[in-house]
Write a protein that binds this ligand. Structure first.
Ligand SMILES: [Zn+2]
Length: 398
């Protein structure tokens, strides 16, 4: 899996034999098309430093395998033969699932990032694994009928708010969902007849933003995700995801910010996620739940929310100041309701972070809102599914 080393750097022609070199180059081309969008053959030649005939052969093989296709060149008006445009095949798709306490969101994402479907199914009770399997099974059955026979499903990626052992496909602990030591791969694979991958939601969101969103091209990044299940994090350091010994690193929501604060479900008191909290924000606007795209309008429409927004921003700045000292990131990206909080008063957060950060840092950290919004977790979960295919397009059967 390449996810621990994103963003991938392009390099052509590394391998011990012609076959290895060809497979490496197929991976390079397909990854480039998937992460950077359609390219002309001439652009692929320039980006990979492979010659034209090699690019032609690689594109032909990807087309034969149904992973890419070409369209007529657009007339650039330049002298010389126009170059065909190569696209990743958006009909090669990943199913994505994001269970949360108040809803299960299910998506279909194509190679190249095309979003074919995204449905949020609100729930009246916190879902069990069996509830999630049943709902996803019926929704994916409907998707299969609607999308037709031309669509090929690579697998299912599940983004879970909790501690996830990705290698085993087991949720060690998702406290808000009440899931403990839950193996997810088998029940979902049995119900759907597809390969299944599982990851932590914030880690997948970090990958999505680093490849397609606000963190594009940034190798030192802290991502903070705020949802109904609390605050998760992901840290990219030197272009590598911080994992920790068990893969549970970057539980940044459990950073101490108020020693006399309220009890957190983790057993500690005054964690970031108890102080900067979607439930407390929604309570001041008289709501219990909200869709991820509604929060901006909700908090903007209620003047009484101002004091709570400012309190949460000030606490968030305290935590970010600590993260800046530990990780020395170029950029901090804020997703979910943390993006809404930031948007409500970006100058307040910036000033507070600057005031709280270690003064020896010569470059102030960049604060940004996540760009992918409601597509964020579905994009990250799809990367989990596409990882093996992108690593070896000629060796992956689906
Ligand atoms: Zn905690």
């Amino acid at each position: 899996m390449v996810l621990e080393n994103v963003p991938r750097r392009l390099s052509a022609g590394v391998g011990n034999s012609n076959d290895q070199t060809r497979r490496h180059n197929l991976s390079t081309i397909l990854t480039l098309l998937h992460h950077n969008g359609a390219q002309t053959r001439a652009q692929l030649t320039g980006l990979t430093v492979l010659n034209r005939s090699t690019i032609g052969a690689l594109v032909a093989e990807l087309s034969d395998r149904g992973l890419a296709y070409e369209t007529e060149p657009f007339d650039s008006g330049r002298v010389g033969r126009p170059s065909p445009v190569v696209h990743a095949n958006e009909d090669v798709v990943a199913i994505t699932v994001n269970p949360d306490v108040d809803a299960i969101t299910i998506g279909v994402v194509g190679l190249g990032g095309a979003l074919h479907r995204l449905e949020r199914h609100e729930l009246s009770a916190v879902p069990t694994v069996a509830d999630a399997v049943a709902l996803v099974g019926s929704v994916v059955g409907a998707f299969r009928t609607e999308l037709g026979a031309s669509v090929r499903i690579v697998g299912v990626g599940i983004a879970v708010p909790g501690l996830v052992n990705s290698r085993e496909g087991v949720v060690a602990l998702a406290p808000h969902l009440g899931w403990h030591d839950e193996p997810l791969v088998e029940p979902f694979a049995d119900a759907l007849g597809l390969p299944v991958r599982v990851g932590n939601d914030a880690a997948l969101a970090t990958i999505a933003e680093s490849l397609f969103g606000a963190g594009r091209g940034v190798t030192d990044l802290v991502y903070l995700n705020g949802s109904a299940s609390g605050i998760g994090g992901g840290v990219l350091s030197g272009g590598v995801m911080l994992r920790g010994t068990q893969g549970y690193a970057a539980e940044l929501g459990h950073t101490l910010v108020n020693s006399s604060g309220i009890q957190c479900h983790c057993g500690k008191r005054g964690c970031l996620e108890t102080e900067v909290n979607l439930g407390r924000l929604l309570a001041v606007v008289g709501r219990e739940t909200s869709g991820p795209d509604e929060i901006d309008a909700l908090i903007a429409g209620v003047p009484d929310a101002r004091r709570e927004i400012e309190r949460q921003l000030d606490v968030l700045a305290l935590a970010i100041g600590t993260f800046v000292s530990i990780f020395n990131p170029e950029s901090i990206v804020l997703g979910g309701f943390l993006g809404s909080l930031f948007e409500a008063d970006p100058d307040r957060l910036r000033a507070a972070v600057d005031a709280l950060s270690f003064t020896g840092l010569s470059h102030p950290v960049r604060l940004e809102r996540a760009q992918l919004r409601s597509r964020l977790l579905t994009t990250g979960a799809a990367e989990l599914v596409f990882a093996d295919l992108l690593a070896d397009p000629a060796g992956t059967v689906f």
